[in-house]
Design a binder for this molecule. Structure first.
Ligand SMILES: Nc1ncnc2c1ncn2[C@@H]1O[C@H](COP(=O)(O)OP(=O)(O)OP(=O)(O)O)[C@@H](O)[C@H]1O
Ligand SMILES: [Zn+2]
Length: 465
């Protein structure tokens, strides 16, 4: 039995799918106007792993993650850069794929873009107006009429009256109620726009997710996921629109990851306190970043720090060394092993942890325990135990988190090999140009760090001392 914490009911609920053995998940994806930061990577890592775990548990999973490709921030950026509006999302979707590949995140089954769904968005809004849940204002915006939906506030556990009296609600003479939110925005000059029954304009932010999820997954689907910064207003409003139009619950489970924080506040593009995924992966490796994130329960806030990563990297390096030792022992030809009782027992424990609201903290701790066991069995030269622990790590637990798929140490050696060759090449070029001062300098400096180069008839060879 898999249990997950559902934000709407504020409780742990047993996962019961609408279709037998088939989980349908919608995850809110990035607004593509910038390169993603490690905060954005948290839901990517968590829900990619969760999906792999569901598959490992025997479910078919259909996962949808959108790209928000129309938004004020995108329009601002295209104006700032003086580039055609469409180029901004194209460029950053491309960059997104580079980062998700670096992290070994599997693509979802569908990655819809808002601008491909404008016709469906218009139909959705028309229907809301027809049903009395939305209205066109004087300035040709269309708003959702919050007062018409009895349980508005149910997902985020907010009382509409309390919110109305709050100071942060934008009051507008065009709205019937300060809490009403935009479904369709009349376009201003120099803004991309689409024609609609209410004049030229563009979709508001929340409507896209209601439309794309319904189009691909149906009126009610199993799990809606995203960061907990989206609970209000985004998810509350998505739910409101969908419940209003379809008269049934929108998602049966709402899963929210906690925020990744830097010096106490949310890591966020708009405030600029960010670390880019690609920089962190380059310095510490994808496995270190993933294990660092998964070591904390997905619902808890997580403090990001380089010290944390440095210490995590040490333990990941040790684990990789142990895997490498095993591979060397078997000369990279490791025999497969049918599940033994020991393996079955560990797999059951692992599954139990992850079935309990995806407790990756315990699952990652188990991975490190198994790595210790592997080390012990290597010392004791117990081949059966070596194979059991190795397969648990590399071929059973690792793939659920998308880690240990590449031998990190080998990669590291290969890149230093490339750098040494490059330096030798530069040194030889200098020598050919009779720049002996520089060529000797490079040779001596390499010698100082223990790399001895020799010129022979067959070319330049080097030895690491
Ligand atoms: N610091 C963070 N920690 C965890 N998840 C985050 C963090 N920042 C964003 N997310 C999540 O990343 C996904 C993409 O969000 P989005 O593109 O709106 O990014 P954003 O960085 O929050 O944008 P902005 O900084 O402009 O508010 C969402 O699911 C969001 O909840
Ligand atoms: Zn969304």
């Amino acid at each position: 039995m898999i249990r997950i914490y559902d934000t709407l009911s504020s409780s742990l609920k047993e996962l019961k799918t609408i279709e037998k053995n088939h989980v349908k998940i919608y995850v809110c994806g990035p607004t593509v106007y910038n390169i993603i930061h490690v905060g954005n990577a948290r839901p990517m890592i968590v829900f990619d792993s969760f999906r792999r775990f569901l598959e490992f548990s025997g479910y078919k999973v259909t996962m949808v993650q959108n790209f928000t490709d129309i938004d004020d921030k995108i329009i601002n950026k295209s104006n700032e850069e003086n580039t055609p509006f469409k180029e901004i999302p194209e460029r950053f979707i491309n960059e997104y794929w580079k980062d998700s590949n670096l992290l070994n995140i599997r693509p979802a089954n569908f990655h819809p873009k808002t601008t491909d769904y404008v016709d469906e968005i218009i139909i959705f809004i028309e229907d809301l107006i027809k049903k009395g849940y939305a209205y066109k204002s004087e300035n040709n915006d269309v708003y959702f009429d919050v007062r018409k939906l009895e349980d508005y506030g149910k997902l985020s556990h907010r009382n509409p009256d309390d919110m109305r009296s709050g100071s942060r609600i934008e009051i507008s003479e065009n709205k019937r109620d300060p809490l009403d939110f935009t479904l369709w925005k009349a376009s201003k000059e120099n803004e991309p726009s689409w024609s609609s029954p209410w004049g030229d304009g563009r979709p508001g932010w929340h409507i896209e997710c209601s439309v794309m999820s319904t189009q691909i997954l149906g009126k009610t689907f199993d799990i809606h996921a995203g960061g907990n910064d989206l609970i209000f207003p985004h998810h509350e409003n998505e739910r409101a629109q969908s419940v209003a139009r379809h008269g049934c619950e929108f998602a049966n489970y709402w899963m929210h990851n906690g925020m990744l924080k830097l010096s106490g506040s949310k890591m966020s593009k708009s405030t600029g306190n960010i670390w880019l995924v690609r920089d962190i992966v380059k310095q510490y490796g994808a496995d270190t970043l993933k294990i660092f994130m998964l070591s904390k329960h997905y619902r808890s806030p997580l403090d990001f720090s380089e010290e944390g990563l440095i210490s995590q990297k040490k333990s990941v390096d040790r684990l990789n060394e142990t895997l490498k030792k095993t591979e060397d022992l078997f000369e990279n030809d490791i025999p497969y092993l049918a599940y033994t009782d020991y393996m079955k027992e560990k797999i059951n424990i692992f599954k139990e942890y992850l079935s309990d609201d995806f407790n990756t903290t315990k699952a990652i701790a188990l991975i490190f325990d198994i790595s210790k066991e592997l080390n012990k069995s290597l010392e004791q030269k117990n081949k059966k135990n070596i194979l059991e622990n190795y397969h648990l790590l590399k071929n059973i637990f690792g793939p659920i988190f998308g880690i240990f798929e590449d031998n990190y140490i080998e990669k590291q050696n290969m890149s230093s090999d490339e750098v040494i060759n490059l330096l030798i090449d530069i040194r030889n070029k200098m020598r050919n140009q009779k720049n002996y001062e520089m060529s000797d300098y490079i040779r001596d400096k390499l010698n100082e760090i223990g790399i001895e180069i020799k010129d022979n008839i067959e070319g330049t060879t080097y030895k690491i001392k």
